[in-house]
Ligand binder design. Structure first.
Ligand code: ASP
Length: 337
């Protein structure tokens, strides 16, 4: 049987960094040279792989929508020649890139798996080796037609994942959707949770960054400040609210600013600040008030997914009402309505 083939796009992140006087920095060529030294990567059970290093390789804090476009274009270019794709990426914004790719890669049939590490590959206690072997294995062998994020023995749906630990090895979680795969002595793939393989061929959607923002509600939030903030003009806003989607409903000036923004076509999506759970604007008067302003529910989406979805829908050139409607629909498994 011929070996499976995996394409590795190395965008940057701690995984390939080296110590410098300024702290860890990405170093071109270092990751590939390190991997060549590891006997595991020469093992006969390993898929064949090609590593393509981006230039420049980035700390993922520097990733922006134009870099998502480069990754998506790279996958598109090599799509027919590989069984699966691994994206090596910094952990800081990995959940954002995973969310964005899940929308940009329409009708995806093959696994696209993001991974990275908390400790660089060249260090003694690095988690890079395990994360990379697991991601490569799944990209080669698992029938996963979606964008996933693999970290510490678990594959999570990309657009459900969040970075939850700044330094621990269990750096990611999927608070509102179960893990797709758990790797132990055996590999448990939850087939019933996976997206269906599409019938159409892959098409890649570009993202033209519109004016999108995210803002938490907090006690003392000032209506005038919000007005200035929205006046830029913000086209889409992820409003991070309390609990089940609540905001200070007695602050009429604040509600007036939100209504004004919605009336001029801004799409405002309600996402809870809670790490777990969902928005239900019918639950409390304080949530209902937001609905009356024209704010739409993001249900149990993460902020990362909601932002990526806004980028995607605005880039499709849809009108505000169509964007509002789609924000409340499940497009890629990102929400349970
Ligand atoms: N700052 C790094 C990055 O996101 C952190 C990491 O990769 O773990 O690129």
């Amino acid at each position: 049987m011929s070996k499976k083939r995996v394409y590795i796009a190395y965008t940057g992140g701690t995984i390939g960094m080296q110590k410098s006087a300024q702290g860890f920095v990405p170093v071109p060529g270092f990751l590939e040279a390190e991997l060549r030294r590891f006997p595991e990567f020469q093992h006969e059970d390993m898929p064949e792989y090609t590593i393509s290093e981006f230039s420049p390789i980035l700390d993922s804090a520097n990733m922006a929508p134009e870099h998502w476009a480069l990754v998506a274009a790279d996958i598109e270019k090599h799509y027919d020649h590989y069984d699966g794709f691994v994206i090596l990426h910094g952990t800081d914004t990995m959940a954002y890139t995973a969310s964005a790719l899940s929308f940009m890669l329409e009708d995806l049939h093959k696994p696209v798996i993001l991974t990275g590490s908390q400790i660089p590959v060249g260090e003694l206690r690095s988690d890079a080796r395990d994360n990379l072997i697991g991601a490569l294995y799944l990209a080669a062998h698992a029938p996963i037609p979606e964008v996933g994020l693999y970290f510490r023995n678990r594959l999570l749906r990309g657009n459900r994942s969040r970075k939850v630990d700044a330094s621990g090895f269990d750096a990611f979680d999927s608070p509102n959707y179960p893990e797709l795969v758990r790797m132990g002595t055996d590999i448990q793939i939850r087939h019933e949770l996976l997206l269906q393989k599409p019938l159409k061929p892959l098409s890649v959607r570009r993202i033209e960054p519109p004016m999108i923002a995210a803002l938490p509600i907090f006690p003392g939030i000032n209506a005038e400040m919000l007005r200035q903030f929205l006046a830029h003009p913000v086209q889409g806003l992820v409003l991070q609210t309390y609990g089940m989607g609540n905001a200070p409903s007695r602050n009429k000036a604040l509600l007036a600013v939100l209504t004004e923004a919605c009336d001029r076509g801004a799409v405002i999506v309600n996402i809870t600040q809670c790490p777990r759970g969902r928005v239900d604007m019918g639950g409390y008067e304080t949530g209902n008030a937001l609905r009356d302003c024209g704010v739409v529910s993001g249900f149990d989406m993460t902020t990362e997914a909601a932002l990526a979805k806004l980028f995607y829908l605005f880039s499709l050139g849809l009108a505000p009402d169509a964007i509002r409607e789609n924000m409340q629909k499940n497009l890629r498994g990102e929400l349970s309505a």
